[in-house]
Design a protein. Structure first.
Length: 218
């Protein structure tokens, strides 16, 4: 005959051991990921507006061009639903200037130059329970470069702000996954200090597709 209290004690101890082991197993399954990606860049706001760019009193606007982008992110899990992420991306976006009625009524004109934008960010990534969706937010830095910005101090074309966005993880096969992301970089930019244009709120949008590569896993 066995002792009933002794059996119950063993079951309780086994349950407690299971509770201690399960988090360790779950943590062991979390892997650091490196994700190369390609993206499309969209400048949703003017970088400058005013009058008299080419002709006195005539309204003009200056914009970043929509362009291709590419980059790399590293994701470090800190829990089952939370991760820290760092991302770098490079957009081949030049600058275009347009002046209303430059060549007469209804005939706008302008010019464009090549350039680029570099985005860097560190963000928290949250994944809701039982979901392939994830949300992200964190601080960011944005730096412009290329022919469009030659002769302008580096500090005047470097800005700090934030990034918010979301993404979806999709398993194409058991060993091959893709990530879709949509990110908005939000900041204030004074395009041409001392020229009379006011700082402009900027909303730069990146839509990307990446292939995550797990490190340290099978």
């Amino acid at each position: 005959m066995f002792n009933a209290p002794s059996v119950r004690l063993r079951l309780v101890l086994a349950a407690m051991a299971g509770c201690l082991v399960l988090p360790s197993v779950a943590t062991a399954q979390l892997r650091t990921e490196i994700t190369p990606f390609v993206a499309s860049y969209y400048g949703l706001t003017h970088i400058a507006t005013g009058t008299g760019l080419f002709n006195a009193g005539v309204p003009f606007s200056i914009d970043q061009k929509n362009a291709a982008a590419f980059g790399l992110r590293i994701t470090i899990p800190v829990g089952a639903r939370l991760a820290l992420e760092g991302e770098f991306s490079y957009a081949t976006s030049g600058v275009s200037a347009t002046e209303d009625t430059l060549f007469g009524p209804g005939l706008d004109g302008g010019l464009s130059q090549s350039g680029n934008i570099i985005f860097g960010s560190v963000r928290a990534v949250f994944t809701p329970r039982r979901s392939n969706l994830f949300l992200l937010a964190g601080p960011a830095v944005v730096k412009r470069g290329g022919d469009s910005w030659k002769g302008i101090d580096s500090g005047d074309i470097t800005d700090f702000g934030g990034v918010v966005g979301f993404g979806v993880r999709a398993n194409v096969t058991p060993k091959f996954r893709i990530n879709f992301t949509a990110e908005a970089y939000l900041y204030s930019f004074d395009a041409f200090p001392g020229v009379g244009t006011d700082p402009k709120f900027q909303a730069d949008f990146l839509v990307g597709l990446g292939i995550p590569i797990s490190l340290g896993g099978r």
